[in-house]
Design a protein around this ligand. Sequence first.
Ligand SMILES: Nc1nc2c(ncn2[C@@H]2O[C@H](COP(=O)(O)OP(=O)(O)OP(=O)(O)O)[C@@H](O)[C@H]2O)c(=O)[nH]1
Ligand SMILES: [Mg+2]
Length: 514
Amino acid sequence: MNPAGRIIESRLQHLESHLEQENPVLLKAVRSFRTLDRVAYRMGLLERHRSFAQQIAWWPLISMLGTFSSGKSTFINHYLDHKLQRTGNQAVDDKFTVICYSKEREAHSLPGVALDSDPRFPFYRISNEIEKVAKGEGERIDSYLALKTCPSEHLRGKILIDSPGFDADAQRTATLRITDHIMDLADLVLVLFDARHPEPGAMQDTLQHLVTDTINRADAGKFLYILNQIDTTAREDNPEEVVAAWQRALGERGLTAGRFYAIYNPDAAVPIDDEALRRRFESKRDGDLAEIHGRMRQVEIERAYRIVGALEKTARDIEERMVPAIRRTLEHWRRRVLIGDALLFGALLVVLISASVKLGWWQGLRFAPPWLDALLASPLALYASAGVAAVLTIGLHYLVRMGAARSLKGLVARRGRSIDARGSLQLAFARNTRPWRSIFASAPIGWGRRSRKRLATVLEEADAYVQTLNDKFTNPSGEDLRRVARDPDAGTLSRETPVRPGGPVGAEEPPPAS
Ligand SMILES: Nc1nc2c(ncn2[C@@H]2O[C@H](COP(=O)(O)OP(=O)(O)OP(=O)(O)O)[C@@H](O)[C@H]2O)c(=O)[nH]1
Ligand SMILES: [Mg+2]
């Protein structure tokens, strides 16, 4: 095995030993990913020092998004029971902070580059992505990201992301790109709004990005929309109206009840003098906060379904998207080679014939150059010149093949991006157009009985994992899953978590630029 292959092997072994204790079903999923790797190596979809398992976020990830000063950092500090993040009324955070567990009692801060170069974290190679959308910004990764560790038990086995205040108008492209990346990757996204701004209508673009665009996603269930700091409305004549106005504004953007919460932070709240009002506020807050914390606990479960979902999707994508795309691209290439050959050799023929006519090598329709008799008389000369002609012809044909493959580069790259599947169409195409492959070979390299069988096995395994997860996380009798799902404290599926064998939760996260 080459050194790069050894590195990925040791990373996968690390992952496996970690999952062995944490979640045995996911340990099996790693093995299934390895089977997919083997198929992809044979087909040239994946370089041998990479693994599909590397493109998955294996940790359960919760991210906080929301407007400036809506209380994201205060919420995190309260959840962790640690004063980890700075808070304040001016815009405080200008970076995304990834917060993860560490036994050490001291909280530590590390620069963003630590995240960019470590595949265990959700921002692995994000600088490449940023560079694509904002030239020059990829190098400044430290100004966008930070990593902090914290010994809070509530954090064990999870990763939290705190983000800078979101404002669609003022946001830089790089920040928007990171925000979108987080939305794709996270298992749970808490979107915070600030009840001190009673005018939700004033921030159209922000609502568009945070609500309208998220509500119709395939994985919309992982977004919770939270109106924070409702304690500040207690001073209004009609506090309920503030909450209702927000609910209406979000409702107009398609948000249904059930995912809208109204809370405030007990540590940061202003005192509410009216006893009855205070109790009403507290009971609303405690109920909603309990549900939100419940969802945060369940993220572990949603992560498991998400990973099995990614396994299944990767397997299906190879067969349903990659293979047809390789085939189509090869057909394209074949057509270009044949047309190129026809044009080149046609032109050559015309040149040779007209030259020979000019040289007077024809007697009527008979080809009779002065050197023909001498050539026919010596078999050696005859074979040598036939050999030279053949080598020239083959050489020209290979030039045409290479030219045709090169001319398709842009198209292959575009097609690769548009099919949105793991694995590289470009690499597979390069492999299928190598010199010793016939242009008429119909099946892509590596796509034979064995690969098909391996994919089928992985799909069966994915089904089995979903069932194991269902058995583990839902009512063992299998009845009334929805009832269990509605109770967040049962430590089970959330109400948005569909339970259907073979169809796990969650959309795909794009591989962080591999
Ligand atoms: N009254 C009240 N104040 C709060 C509440 N939550 C947070 N605050 C205050 O609101 C201010 C902003 O809180 P942060 O936690 O810094 O907000 P943030 O969303 O992290 O802000 P940025 O990082 O700057 O976007 C701080 O002064 C907090 O003390 C709440 O529930 N009620
Ligand atoms: Mg903050």
